[in-house]
Design a protein around this ligand. Structure first.
Ligand SMILES: NC(=O)C1=CN([C@@H]2O[C@H](COP(=O)(O)OP(=O)(O)OC[C@H]3O[C@@H](n4cnc5c(N)ncnc54)[C@H](OP(=O)(O)O)[C@@H]3O)[C@@H](O)[C@H]2O)C=CC1
Ligand SMILES: CC(=O)[C@@H](O)[C@H](O)COP(=O)(O)O
Ligand SMILES: [Mn+2]
Length: 387
């Protein structure tokens, strides 16, 4: 008899990760099933997804938009839930086996937390949950016996490579970075970049926030912090290498000098599939390396002066406590201001550094205090914004 389908709540189903995940599930031949989906602003797309996948629940997290929306086309067997608190209720449902956390930014924290509290396996794309509250999130996962499976391509690669040895045998982790759209620009040229240029990632097709993070290299800073908590590896053992082809998704160096890398063409459907089926591997829809063609892979160390965000990532991974929350909130606010035309691209990292330096460090914060600090840090960034 075939196994029962794995029932998945896809939080942030209308985003880049969410829509890729739905394609992976659609191609699963019934092995994976969509139990719940959620959207914030794209409610027409949410209804279209509900029509295709017939989930038990849809959650519209922006209450104001949802109350004005015409829901008459929602399939009859699908229950509509309105408001972000409903995410926490949905992930607690006994029939949900796994939660794909694909909401962008700090908005994803509570539902990741609720899923772990309810002992659900979490396929984690929302790196900001770990950046903001990595110590508490990992502590909760351990206490509840809930597994976190990385979806972020670098962390999926590291997770797979770590299987080649024991935790005590790991010498270092090397995160690969594409270098983003401005890899070849100097400081003067960087001052002139536009929002449209920052949103043109050379390799990946992603949502706007992470695409700007990639351009500032803040994405790698956040990934250093994510790796620190997810794999319990100290900051000084986490390196970054610029690899413009994004085919090697990250590497683990073991004490004997062996380096194990995970490779595949840059296609997020593979790390998503890896997490959704884990521990099984299946033939899927993601692109494959074409060994019939010639290709070269380049690696180079990042210049710390050219990419000052990296030092902030190392600092937060080293110091822990409240630093990740402050960096994450300041960055989200600064990226939002840049996208709105209210902050220069080159001010994003200095604004984050300044807010980080001026906050009252606490080495052992509660979740409530982190939520409060998140608000404070966003407010601080408003002093950098021009009218
Ligand atoms: N895209 C990628 O390839 C990768 C992404 N990630 C991580 O995955 C996460 C998602 O990224 P990505 O898919 O690119 O982002 P997108 O911007 O494409 O999608 C974000 C999703 O979150 C929803 N959303 C936005 N704001 C809120 C809110 N306030 N409350 C609830 N839901 C909200 C959006 O809904 P709506 O669209 O309806 O407004 C959408 O479904 C991020 O944490 C990112 O860092 C990690 C690795 C790779
Ligand atoms: C696909 C993925 O995991 C992104 O986080 C990606 O790595 C971003 O590209 P950068 O390497 O340019 O940050
Ligand atoms: Mn990544």
């Amino acid at each position: 008899m075939a196994d029962a389908p794995r029932k998945i709540a896809v939080l942030g189903s209308t985003g880049s990760i969410g829509t890729n995940a739905l394609r992976v599930i659609a191609a699963s031949g019934g092995a994976l099933e969509v139990a719940a989906i959620s959207a914030h602003s794209q409610l027409d797309l949410l209804v279209a997804q509900a029509t295709e996948f017939a989930p038990r629940w849809v959650v519209a997290t922006d209450s104001k938009a949802a109350e004005k929306f015409d829901w008459s086309k929602l399939p009859k067997g699908t229950e509509l839930l309105i408001g972000c608190d409903e995410l926490n209720r949905v992930v607690a449902q006994p029939e949900i086996d796994m939660v794909l956390a694909a909401i962008v930014g700090r908005a994803g924290l509570e539902s990741t937390w609720a899923a772990l509290e309810n002992k659900k396996t979490v396929a984690l794309a929302n790196k900001e949950s770990l950046v903001m509250a990595g110590s508490l999130v990992m502590q909760l996962a351990r206490k509840q016996g809930a597994q976190i499976l990385p979806v972020d391509s670098e962390h999926s690669a590291i997770f797979q490579a770590l299987q080649a040895g024991q935790p005590t045998e790991v010498e270092r982790i090397v995160l690969t970075a594409s270098g983003g759209p401005f890899r070849q620009l100097n400081q003067n040229q960087l001052k002139q970049v536009t929002v449209a240029e920052a949103l043109e990632h050379p390799v990946w097709d992603m949502g706007p926030k992470i695409t700007v993070d990639s351009a500032t290299m803040m994405n790698k800073a956040l990934e250093i912090i994510e790796a620190r908590w997810l794999f319990d590896v100290p900051s000084e053992r986490i390196d970054v290498s610029i690899h413009p082809q994004s085919v090697v998704h990250s590497l683990v160096e073991f004490v004997d000098g062996s380096v194990i890398a995970q490779m595949s063409p840059p296609d997020m459907r593979l790390p998503i599939q890896h997490a959704l089926y884990y521990p099984q591997r299946v033939a899927g829809v993601a692109e494959r390396v074409d060994w019939g063609t010639s290709f070269s892979l380049e690696f180079s160390p990042p210049d710390p002066e050219r990419y000052p965000a990296l030092e902030l990532g190392h600092q937060c991974a080293r110091e822990g406590g409240t630093t990740g929350t402050v960096l994450n909130a300041a960055n989200e606010a600064a990226v939002g201001a840049f996208l709105a035309g209210e902050l220069h691209f080159t001010e994003i990292v200095p604004a984050c550094r300044s807010v980080l330096q001026s906050h009252n460090f606490d080495s052992d914060p509660t979740l409530e205090s982190l939520v409060e600090l998140d608000r404070w840090a966003r407010e601080e960034v408003s002093h950098w914004v021009f009218a």
